[in-house]
Design a protein around this ligand. Structure first.
Ligand code: IVH
Length: 676
């Protein structure tokens, strides 16, 4: 039975009030009611909705993350697909694009030039001028409902104003983080001893996909609108630039750098100007987007399978800067690998300050012929990782000599050994302090025991103080032992000891990952842990038994066997056991032999928001699918989360189908058939 009118009105009133309170709380940071008062209102609304389900709207405050935390974001199917863009990398490619589209329409083509913001695309749905939904792009067809988070972005109007508002309008644009907000965020991450964000794009993406909108609210995201897809009930604008003018009048932020351009020469000049200004805008752009202005011409041009023909992204070449190479030093990793790296006069390039860059190995230094004292060219590879391109011969100081790879380990003084046919030299002393530090940092790292607050600096300090010699010593740290150290207050010591204690129950697979056994990656470690169930059975396994495990080949098996054949490693494992670390794993559930994913092999890469790696794997296996660690022609799907690794590139190279998180959710819900 539908709710009686007075109840309906009360629900409406509660929704309005709650929206206002959350706006004041999340956006203005200026609440007028206490959390408890807020909760009373939420509970009243939830009770009305429970009694009268017809009152429950998808955007009700009771349905949003933050009030009623959702396990994952709900999926949103876009009314109109969110296309991506084709790229042009130079002036000739721009010209070729203009020539191509000129053949598709009669008459001259006018353009609009826009900065290509380096953030993430978002779709905003306004009904009767009110924001009712915000969704990510996802795979273009299905995205995630991030309404609660979008509502915290100050640039995004909750209500449009002005005349001629459409009854229903979908606006698209970019959510991004300005450089000052990005730097402030990383300063806060440093203070909290949390991991820094690599670039503003990652920070924006991570911030928008938070479960708790209060976290998003604290991140200072920005937004610019650049596209209208559906506008029911409004007089259509004739051109893109007129549409953008209208958006501006209705209160939506539109980038002031956007310009109408008469022809392709003006387009090229616009692209060049954007490139020259790219670091003066206060936010990162990675190119310019050029769009056909006339909307009727756009319809005639249409789309390819991936992108509209009427738009193109002009991508900037990676920015290069010169700086002074002060020195070449060598760092020692957890396996003893010696990696040379450049120490440079800090230089601002590609959106951040660079003072160090890896030089990979001895041959690479020789090939690039870079020497201390050289003026070198630096750029960001893939616009993230700093790279030394080479040196400028004309600026080389007289009497400069080629750099010589050291023969001794800079940490322990032991020999650096480079075997025939290998690119890398290694410090072979297992007691080397640098290796020790790197091993313990790895053990405490996110992929392994995930001990909050135990980063490189702390580990080095504790190793120097004689508190840590191997990973198992971590469990012997006490507040009393830590307190006398520099920069160690009572509270941080207590937190650290508590974080260590909390890591005892991570289970065998994480311990194995943390020990950094050569070739033994997370997928193999998990497979081994689940097959053998506990450390003792794994330790007793022969090479043959190991090789029989799905995902473990002879190289991994040999390496694991060699690890367990070393007395020192037994000693560490025994210490871990004595310290109460859980060295068991839940036994593998028998593989499901039916289910929608039988015959599918899935590779997971990058972080997912709604699943841990283990949970994602369990979901796949419960449906009869298989999870492996590396991409091959036999792989059915690669699921790519945030910051995917090289597996994504491999998948693209082999033509393996890649799914993002909403696609993965659909795969789980509907099987491969659901992907269309
Ligand atoms: S238009 C069909 N305009 O670039 C039109 N996209 O590489 C599609 N982007 O997913 C988008 N700035 O996230 C457009 N001014 C701009 C943009 C822009 C950045 C992003 C957007 C899109 C990606 C495609």
């Amino acid at each position: 039975m539908p709710a009686p009118e007075p109840v309906r009105r009360r629900a409406e009133q509660l929704r309005t009030e709650l929206d206002e309170h959350s706006y004041r709380y999340y956006v203005l940071d200026d609440p007028t009611v206490s959390d408890a008062e807020f909760d009373v209102l939420v509970r009243e609304l939830a009770a009305l909705e429970a009694e009268h389900p017809d009152l429950r709207t998808p955007d009700s405050p009771t349905q949003r993350a933050g009030y009623a935390p959702a396990a994952t974001f709900a999926s949103v199917t876009h009314d109109v697909r969110m296309w991506s863009l084709d790229n042009a990398f130079d002036r000739d490619e721009l010209q070729a694009w203009a020539d191509r589209i000129a053949k598709l329409v009669a008459g001259p083509i006018r353009f609009v030039g826009e900065p290509k913001l380096d953030g993430l695309a978002i779709s905003l749905l306004y009904v009767d001028g009110r924001l009712v939904r915000g969704a990510t792009r996802g795979d273009g067809t299905t995205g995630e409902d991030v309404t609660a988070n979008v509502l915290t972005i100050a640039d995004v109007p909750r209500e449009l104003r002005g005349r001629g508002l459409p009854a229903r309008m979908e606006v698209r644009g970019e959510v991004f983080m300005r450089l000052d907000a990005f730097e402030a965020l990383n300063r806060r991450q440093d203070e909290a001893e949390e991991r820094r964000f690599a670039n503003p794009r990652n920070a924006a993406a991570g911030s928008l996909r938070q479960k708790d909108p209060r976290v998003t609210a604290a991140r200072s995201l920005s937004f610019f609108a650049y596209q209208v897809e559906v506008a029911d009930g409004a007089v259509p604008a004739p051109s893109h630039h007129a549409t953008l003018d209208r958006l501006r009048d209705w209160g939506l932020p539109v980038n002031p750098e956007i310009e109408p351009l008469a022809d392709i020469d003006a387009v090229a000049a616009f692209c060049a100007r954007m490139e020259a200004q790219r670091h003066g805008l206060g936010y990162e752009i990675d190119g310019a987007v050029v769009k056909v202005d006339d909307l009727a011409q756009r319809v005639e041009m249409g789309h390819t399978s991936k992108a509209p023909r009427w738009a193109i992204a002009y991508k900037f070449p990676p920015e290069e800067k010169t700086t002074l190479l002060h020195d070449i030093m060598v760092s020692i990793g957890r396996t003893g690998r010696a990696t040379p790296f450049a120490v440079m006069e800090p230089v601002f390039v590609g959106g951040s300050t660079v003072a160090m860059a890896t030089l990979h190995n001895q041959d690479e230094v020789a090939r690039k012929d870079v020497r201390p004292g050289d003026t070198v060219v630096v750029r960001k590879a893939g616009d993230v990782i700093p790279e030394v391109v080479g040196s400028i011969a004309a600026k080389r100081p007289k009497r400069s000599r080629p750099w010589v790879f050291p023969s001794e380990c800079p940490s322990c003084g032991g020999p650096l050994v480079r075997l025939d046919g290998e690119a890398d030299a290694h410090c072979v002393n297992v007691d080397c302090p640098a290796q020790r530090v790197a091993r313990i940092v790895y053990f405490a790292g996110r992929a392994a025991m995930d001990i909050e607050g135990l980063g490189e600096e702390r580990v080095r300090q504790f190793v120097d103080a004689g508190l840590l010699a191997d990973p198992a010593d971590v469990y012997a740290l006490t507040v009393e032992a830590l307190l006398p150290l520099e920069r160690m207050a009572q509270k941080s010591a207590e937190n650290l000891v508590a974080a260590v204690a909390a890591s005892r129950d991570r289970g065998l697979a994480r311990v194995l990952i943390g020990l950094g056994i050569r070739h033994f990656g997370p997928a193999a470690a998990q497979a081994a842990a689940r097959t053998f169930g506990d450390l003792d059975r794994l330790r007793a396994a022969s090479v043959e038994e190991l090789t029989a495990v799905e995902g473990i080949g002879p190289v991994i098996a040999q390496s694991v066997a060699a690890f367990f054949a070393t007395a020192h490693n037994h000693h560490v494992l025994d210490k871990l056991r004595a310290a109460g670390v859980d060295l068991r794993a839940p036994l593998a559930a028998p593989a499901a032999t039916d289910g929608p994913l039988v015959g599918c092999t899935v590779v997971l890469t990058g972080g997912l928001t709604g699943f841990t790696r283990d949970a994602a794997q369990a979901e796949i296996e419960a449906r009869g699918g298989k999870v492996t660690g590396s991409v091959s022609k036999k792989t059915t799907f690669v699921v790519a989360g945030a910051d995917p690794g090289s597996k994504l590139a491999k998948a693209e190279q082999l033509g393996v189908r890649v799914l993002d998180e909403p696609g993965f959710v659909r795969l789980l819900a509907e099987g491969p058939a659901g992907l269309g």
